[in-house]
Design a binder for this molecule. Structure first.
Ligand SMILES: Nc1ncnc2c1ncn2[C@@H]1O[C@H](COP(=O)(O)OP(=O)(O)OP(=O)(O)O)[C@@H](O)[C@H]1O
Ligand SMILES: [Mg+2]
Length: 468
């Protein structure tokens, strides 16, 4: 419990009893001297004997029904201190992605905090108010600090508390995955387990992306200073099954952002697109997947369609292209809308496009400034394989690794296929069996590729040979 009387006595270098005597004398002076004389000096006297300032933060706003945001920011900020200092705590389960327990100060508890070497005190208080019709409780936090630090506390410290509280709340909140449906956003809870740690790709490239994301998310001041909107565009490209969608989920988990998965084929026209984008909230990733088949955005659209049929036979992507015929979104509409969120919305937003055919996208769509960072997700290389081996088989190294390395260099297999072949069939995993299964699959891919090449050459040379 903070004893202000003792604090004041200590500050003045007096014992409690000396201070008590002084206060008694002051009470006598108050009795016998004229009122205005006392008023003038009482302030000085009080500051001398009790040099503390107090600020109250009520739980409810003046409308009495709404919870004050500052109160809840302070509550969140104080959780860490509370859990180590307070003797009586209140616990509640917060439904965030980890379902953790949130601890806060119980009524009439007190804790201290330190900022730039200055000590301040926080107390949680409750009063009960009775009116004719009802009785209600009023809760508030009381901040106490020395008058000497008034400037520091009122500006820097309080700013720090509210900012930190907000940031912690954002990190812990239940995150959402939004999809557009009939011109509206609908959401479900976003619970994808992907992380950068489990993402199979070259570690140097991975670290570079993580650093870029961290710089971006901490860059509010920087973006303000250089006069740019706090936004960043990512283009992820590579063959199907190389981890583009997985990387978006990992980015959202890494930054603690929501995801807006924008299905362009379900957007009626450019106006609807613009509205949907403007409705997105800050701290979010807006994704447009398979941008090359989403809508009529490429001049070589027809060629792309034929190629798609030939290469992957992916019916999902085919359907997407067919559906896009009903959408009237145009390339210029998309460019305008992307530029619109760049300028019309405050707060940080990432926009991520994914494609299997980067060469077919209009350069205007992916130019730097719209898509600032282009990331290629290639077929599985040895470093990506090592991440998968670690995740799936708890293996750092193995004598079969060299064989795998050689085969990966000669073949094209996606991380999705490598992962599938490494999937343990027993528990605990038989590491050698899994590696042999992968080697078998890689050898088969290599054989198929050689055979296909031979057939291709035959077809290419066939008519010529025949004519000779
Ligand atoms: N780089 C990777 N690291 C870890 N897992 C991966 C990786 N790439 C693919 N996978 C696994 O393969 C599955 C498919 O990956 P994902 O959906 O991310 O591919 P994609 O590149 O988005 O494919 P598409 O172009 O068809 O959309 C995922 O469930 C994931 O588990
Ligand atoms: Mg994908």
């Amino acid at each position: 419990m903070i004893n202000h009387f003792n604090i004041a006595a200590n500050m003045l270098g007096l014992s409690g009893s000396v201070l008590a005597t002084a206060m008694f004398l002051w009470a006598i002076i108050q009795q016998y001297f004229p009122h205005n004389f006392i008023n003038k000096r009482s302030k000085r006297f009080l500051t001398l004997f009790y040099p503390y300032i107090q600020i109250t933060f009520n739980e409810l706003t003046s409308e009495r029904f709404r919870r004050s945001e500052a109160y809840s920011d302070i509550e969140t900020y104080l959780r860490k201190t509370t859990s180590t200092q307070a003797k009586r705590l209140k616990a509640e389960v917060i439904k965030n992605n980890t379902q953790s327990l949130a601890l806060s100060m119980d009524d009439h508890e007190e804790v201290s905090d330190e900022f730039n070497g200055v000590k301040v005190y926080w107390a949680s208080r409750k009063t009960v108010h009775d009116t004719q019709s009802q009785s209600y409780e009023k809760r508030y936090y009381k901040l106490t600090f020395h008058n000497r630090y008034r400037q520091l506390v009122l500006t820097d410290y309080l700013k720090h508390v509210l900012k930190q509280g907000k940031e912690i709340k954002l990190k812990n909140r239940l995150r959402k995955l939004y999809t557009n449906n009939g011109g509206q956003w609908t959401h479900v809870v976003f619970e994808h387990p992907a992380s950068f740690q489990t993402l199979a790709m070259d570690p140097v490239k991975k670290q570079e992306i993580m650093d870029d994301l961290t710089t971006f998310s901490n860059g509010e001041e920087f973006y303000k200073r250089i006069g740019r909107a706090w936004k960043r565009g990512y283009l992820l490209y590579g063959p199907p099954g190389t981890g583009k969608s997985t990387m978006i989920a990992a980015m959202a988990n890494f930054l603690g952002y929501d995801i807006y998965d924008l299905e362009l084929t379900a957007v009626r026209d450019n106006t609807e697109l613009k509205r949907l984008l403007i409705e997105t909230s800050s701290k979010s990733i807006i994704t447009i997947e398979d941008i090359d088949c989403s809508t009529d955005l490429t001049s070589q659209r027809k060629e792309s369609k034929v190629l798609e049929e030939k290469e992957s036979g992916s019916t999902k992507k085919q359907n997407k292209e067919n559906e896009s015929k009903t959408s009237k979104v145009t390339l210029s509409g998309l460019l305008n809308s992307v530029d619109g969120i760049w300028s019309a919305c405050g707060g940080d937003r990432l926009i991520v496009f994914t494609t299997n055919h980067v060469e077919k996208l209009d350069p205007a769509l992916i130019r730097r400034g719209r898509m600032d960072k282009h990331v290629e997700l290639p077929y599985c290389g040895f470093e990506a394989f090592r991440v998968l081996a670690r995740n799936y088989l708890y293996l750092e190294t193995h004598e079969l690794f060299e064989r795998v390395r050689g085969l990966l260099e000669e073949t094209k297999m996606t991380p999705a296929d490598v992962a599938e072949n490494l999937m343990p069939k027993t528990s605990p995993p038989d590491q050698e069996e899994c590696l042999m299964s992968l080697i078998g699959a890689l050898e088969k891919v290599k054989e198929d590729a050689t055979r296909n090449k031979a057939v291709e050459n035959k077809v290419k040379n066939g008519p010529l040979n025949g004519s000779i």
